[in-house]
Design a binder for this molecule. Structure first.
Ligand code: PBG
Length: 329
């Protein structure tokens, strides 16, 4: 005889909502945004249906719309002109660079928007790497100095948090010290602590034209700095180091195939955890939806809710705007 029946608590939506453990809201979202030079420009990214590169004016318009939908944070990426790229990435800390002007424009128009610029050299590198290259090798400490200059220039432009996505060793500490010395004690660091070398970044690299170059004598992938996807314990080692160095938020990336890592890190730390639902994860859903194989709205909400269930506090996702519209219905 069975007296215990789990289905009692699933009888109707009202009962299910009473016992619900995790709820998705627009407060959870960070929208990644691609910015390009020009005026009144908007270019679609073919492998990411519904996502565009926009000039600053249209980016500001988009940020106003996002904010009115309840999306209160954006993560910024620049499409850098080829003629501004070199091996040092020095355009990255140009006071009047595209990034710096974008940060200012967004903060002027939507002061409540949390602005998180990406900190990494790849969009500025002629080689498409996140570090400066010498004799075919990615230099760690020289890259950290560049990332620190870049971070300070973002803070000067008005960034709330900087988000280093490069995976050099020790960069959180070097960035933290540079921010302190420049008086930006309140500008926080969202550290990509456990970022894996992943094939799911493909659509992003085509959006920024930032993939490692194939025709020169340089590493063809990012495996000497980004993590090996076979590993799990190593993620905790990365996370603890970044916390010691002064990270304010810990990022796990990619997202959906890495929920085990999110959950494991959640058990281990009390700092806020961010997860990145990356471009390839977006592309997979959209491709299936376009084929009529998946339901768009339901799949988006399920995917994003699973990040909450795994233990994430915030979700970087290209679905942020669409999901906000679905949740606001
Ligand atoms: C590079 C960077 C990447 C992403 C964010 N920052 C790609 C990479 O590491 O090659 C990927 C984001 C995505 O795929 O959505 N610093």
């Amino acid at each position: 005889m069975i007296h215990s029946r789990n289905r009692r608590l699933r009888v109707n939506e009202s009962i299910r909502s009473l016992v619900r453990e995790n709820v998705l809201t627009t407060d959870d979202f960070v929208m990644p945004i691609f910015v390009m030079e020009g005026e009144n420009m908007q270019e679609p990214i073919p492998s990411m249906p519904g996502i565009f590169r926009r000039s600053i004016d249209l980016t500001v318009k988009e940020c106003k719309e996002l904010f009115s939908l309840g999306v209160k944070a954006v993560n910024l990426y620049m499409k850098v002109s080829e003629n501004l790229k070199d091996n040092t990435g020095k355009e990255a800390w140009n006071k009047n660079g595209l990034m710096q002007n974008t940060i200012k424009a967004i903060k002027d128009a939507v002061p409540g928007m949390v602005v998180m610029p990406d900190v990494a050299l790849d969009p500025y590198s002629i080689y498409g790497h996140d570090g400066i290259i010498e004799n075919g090798k990615i230099l760690n400490d020289a890259t950290n100095e560049a990332l620190a200059k870049m971070s300070v220039s973002h803070a000067e432009a008005g960034a709330d948090l900087v988000a280093p996505s490069d995976m050099m060793d020790g960069r959180v500490q070097v960035i933290r010290e540079a921010l302190e010395e420049s008086g930006f004690t309140d500008v926080g660091i969202v550290s990509y602590a456990a970022k894996y070398a992943s094939s799911f970044y493909g659509p992003f690299r085509s959006a920024l034209d930032s993939a490692p170059k194939a025709d020169v004598e340089i590493p063809k992938d990012k495996k000497t700095y980004q993590m090996d996807f076979h590993n799990s314990r190593e993620a905790l080692n990365e996370v603890f180091k970044d916390i010691d160095e002064g990270a304010d938020v810990i990022m796990i990336k990619p997202g959906l195939p890495y929920l085990d890592i999110v959950s494991k890190v959640r058990e281990a730390i009390d700092l806020p955890i961010a997860v990145y639902n990356v471009s390839g994860e977006y592309a997979m859903v959209k491709a299936a939806v376009q084929n009529g194989w998946l339901d768009n709205d339901k799949t988006i909400i399920e995917n994003l809710t699973c990040f909450k269930r795994a233990g994430a506090d915030m979700i970087f996702t290209y679905f942020a705007k669409e999901a906000a519209m679905i949740l606001n219905k």
